[in-house]
Design a protein around this ligand. Structure first.
Ligand code: ADP
Ligand code: ZN
Length: 710
């Protein structure tokens, strides 16, 4: 598999210059027919891992996905990149379905999304069995496991579909699978010698903070006051809360709305759309909201209540900052929330194993809320990444609690854990450390452990607190499958034998104020230019019924505003701009950038410095190529200078740079475009017969002709 081909396809179809971590390896692996499990956080770039192979392989790729709105979003964005794809689910119309079948017949379809329910119907199986399926991608693969967060029985039947394609590679993807779930996915889906790719779950642009849930409304008001017009979501546990918060915020003058399962369909759809199109700033929602939303510019997430587990929390905050720009996640906790969840679990009709899994997951999110060290590390450890250096973007990293050297205490605890054969839970471990005379200790012979009683001077609740911190630091882990006993991790030995220092914190009663203000980043680009580019996205989006960011996301606009490309060619080199989009929208953006620069006198209007320089060199008899070299500019830019100068009446012989037919072609093209002001429209008409440099020059001649009334 030539490496260039992968990069070239990435650039041509998706507009990206580089692969993100793991993408390239995964693509290689499936291109060679291997099975794989991919665990990558939301926004990490899972889709490309199957979309790119789909383009390179014969036949089409089948993607199993449980969320209709996400499927539709994906299809929409693939089509925006010129890739033929479709989705079959309960919302697919007969017309759409017919179109998909036609594309399959013609062999042009590259990607087919199917809901699991649809994928398992006998009718679908009969239809798909004889076809050339190049790859099976199973999105949200954690749904196959009861250990996962969102078990769906249909997922467990997917091997029934896969058996029709014994030689087709299978790619299971998820953003949320703790260690037990990862193992279960590999087994349940019967992946053959799968490779597992665990991407870092770190989202460095998201600032994490946790606060006690006291006077939440006041805290929220302060928080959003500092975030004028920035879109955000407030997640709540109860429907009533979503409504009352939305109402309060409306009273304060914010564009806010509630969203939950009992709101009628029309309103729900409207809220979702208004939010997507930035007509609504704040949505107060139960967890039902956001799953189907692919809005990259969400700037903050507030959890009014404790989320029910770390998976949910991380998925929800992961909806913010998908454009890579800074975002804030603020979570409130209260004991009341824990009580409510405990009641939920107690009363639910699920089986005992399921209830136990839920309770344990609840414990972990509670521990997260109580963490005194880096919050990111708690999450990373939870998903199987062990790290102890601070992240630098959470409340504790930015405003550390006062700690003390807890190495000796940690060694005591780790040694006790090891010497009791890693077979005791937290409570029993503390009892060993404090030298308790409990019956169970004697029954299991734990009084012989070397550190038995070594920590008797430390209060029971303090020990609990320290061990929680050690778990959060990745020094110990809880084995949920094995009766929640404590296990050592790869980091344990570094403390026991390599002298690694451990910092612990005393329990504080007072909660420090996380400061949300951050140093403003020095920016070189003008907000006004970004405004203009955003307006253009709105306008183009409106014409095509797409949300503005589907034209270009904010990150790309910033890059444009910083680099200020002068030609479509230069623009197409920016990260995030593929061939399809640069052909379609490039000229409009270049025109906007030029107009801005002219207005700002950054490039002077004709007769301004840059033009004068070009003109002088031209007068000295240099060719366009020579001028471009000398000025270190693109040839098309120099051609543009000369064209504008000529249009303003300068005496320049443009004809010498053109072939005989160029003016004729430009004239015809211009007419066919309805005398459009936009170069891209004319370019569409002339196609490849004129490149931008020559078109620019020839059009100047044609336009001056027209001015003169010829
Ligand atoms: P996930 O499915 O993992 O949540 P997506 O596949 O939707 O994530 O990708 C998230 C965002 O990252 C999308 O906007 C996508 O276009 C972008 N992206 C993916 N791969 C790359 C890459 N190699 N370079 C730049 N952006 C990328
Ligand atoms: Zn941190």
């Amino acid at each position: 598999m030539p490496v260039d081909l992968l990069h070239q396809t990435l650039k041509t179809y998706f507009g990206f210059d580089f692969f993100r971590p793991h993408q390239e390896e995964i693509i290689h692996h499936v291109m060679e027919g291997g099975h794989a499990l991919v665990i990558m956080p939301t926004g990490g770039g899972k889709s490309i891992c199957y979309q790119l192979p789909a383009l390179l392989k014969d036949g089409f790729t089948l993607v199993i996905s449980p969320l209709i709105s996400l499927m539709n979003d994906q299809v929409r964005s693939l089509r925006a990149n010129g890739i033929i794809s479709g989705a079959l689910h309960s919302g697919t119309t007969a017309e759409e379905s017919r179109e998909i079948h036609q594309h399959i017949q013609k062999g042009t379809l590259k990607i087919l999304y199917v809901s699991p329910e649809r994928a398992l119907t006998p009718k679908f199986l009969e239809f798909i069995a004889p076809l050339n399926v190049s790859l099976i991608a199973i999105d949200e693969a954690h749904c196959v496991s009861i250990w996962g967060n969102d078990f769906r029985p249909e997922y467990a039947q997917l091997p029934g579909l896969m058996q029709y394609f014994p030689n087709t590679p299978v790619l299971a993807l998820t953003a949320t699978a703790d260690r037990a779930t990862q193992e279960d996915i590999r087994q349940q889906l019967r992946l053959k010698e799968p490779k597992t790719y665990l991407s870092s779950f770190e989202r460095p642009n998201i600032h994490l903070a946790v606060k006690a849930g006291i006077q939440r409304i006041e805290q929220i008001r302060d928080f959003i006051k500092q975030r004028k017009d920035q879109p955000g979501i407030i997640y709540c546990l109860a429907r009533k809360t979503t409504e009352s918060i939305a109402e309060t915020l409306q009273k304060y003058g914010y564009k806010a709305a509630a969203y939950h399962a009992e709101i009628d369909n029309t309103t729900r759809k409207k809220v979702q759309e208004d939010f997507q199109f930035d007509r609504l700033q704040i949505v107060c929602a139960t967890i039902a909201f956001g799953m189907g939303i692919d809005k990259p510019n969400i700037r903050w997430i507030i959890h009014y209540n404790l989320p029910k587990n770390i998976e949910n929390y991380y998925q929800e905050i992961g909806r913010s900052g998908r454009d890579g720009q800074p975002a804030d996640a603020l979570m409130f906790y209260s004991f009341r929330d824990i009580e409510v969840y405990k009641e939920f679990i107690e009363k639910s009709e699920a089986n005992e194993t399921f209830k136990r899994v839920q309770s344990e997951k609840l414990e972990r999110i509670w521990e997260y809320s109580q963490a005194t060290n880096c919050r990111t590390n708690v999450i990373l450890n939870y998903f199987g990444e062990y790290r102890s250096a601070g992240c630098g973007h959470c409340d504790h990293c930015l405003h550390p609690l006062q700690g003390f050297d807890g190495t000796r205490l940690a060694q005591m605890a780790l040694s006790a854990c090891k010497r009791s054969n890693q077979s005791v839970g937290i409570n029993l471990l503390v009892d060993v450390l404090r030298g308790s005379g409990r019956k169970e200790i004697y029954e299991r012979g734990l009084q012989h452990v070397k550190t038995y009683g070594a920590g008797k001077d430390i209060a029971w609740k303090d020990w609990m607190h320290y061990i929680t911190q050690m778990i959060n630091q990745g020094l110990l882990e809880i084995d949920y499958i094995g009766h929640s006993v404590l296990k050592c991790t790869p980091l344990s030995d570094t403390v026991l034998f390599d002298g690694k220092q451990v910092e612990l914190h005393r329990q504080t009663t007072e909660l420090e104020e996380p400061v949300v203000k951050r140093k403003p980043k020095k920016v070189r680009f003008s907000e006004e230019l970004i405004d203009r580019l955003e307006k253009l996205c709105h306008q183009l989006g409106k014409e095509e019924g797409l949300p503005p960011y589907a034209i270009f996301p904010k990150g790309t606009l910033r890059e444009m505003a910083e680099v200020r490309p002068f030609t479509v060619e230069e623009l197409s080199r920016l990260n995030g701009i593929g061939d399809f989009k640069s052909r379609k929208y490039g000229q409009a953006f270049v025109d906007t950038i030029r107009a801005f620069m002219t207005d700002q006198d950054i490039i002077k209007k004709p007769k301004g410095m840059t033009y004068v320089e070009t003109l002088n060199l031209y007068r000295q008899g240099l060719s366009i190529e020579e001028i471009a070299q000398k000025r270190e500019m693109a040839m098309s830019t120099i051609a543009m200078h000369l064209a504008r100068l000529y249009e303003k009446g300068e005496d320049i012989d443009l004809q010498q740079f053109l072939y005989a037919d160029d003016v004729l072609l430009a004239r015809q093209g211009w007419r066919a475009s309805g005398f459009s002001e936009q170069m891209s429209k004319v370019k569409e008409q002339v196609g490849d017969s004129l490149d931008y440099t020559r078109l620019n020059l020839a059009l100047a001649i044609v336009r001056r002709e027209k001015e003169k009334g010829n």
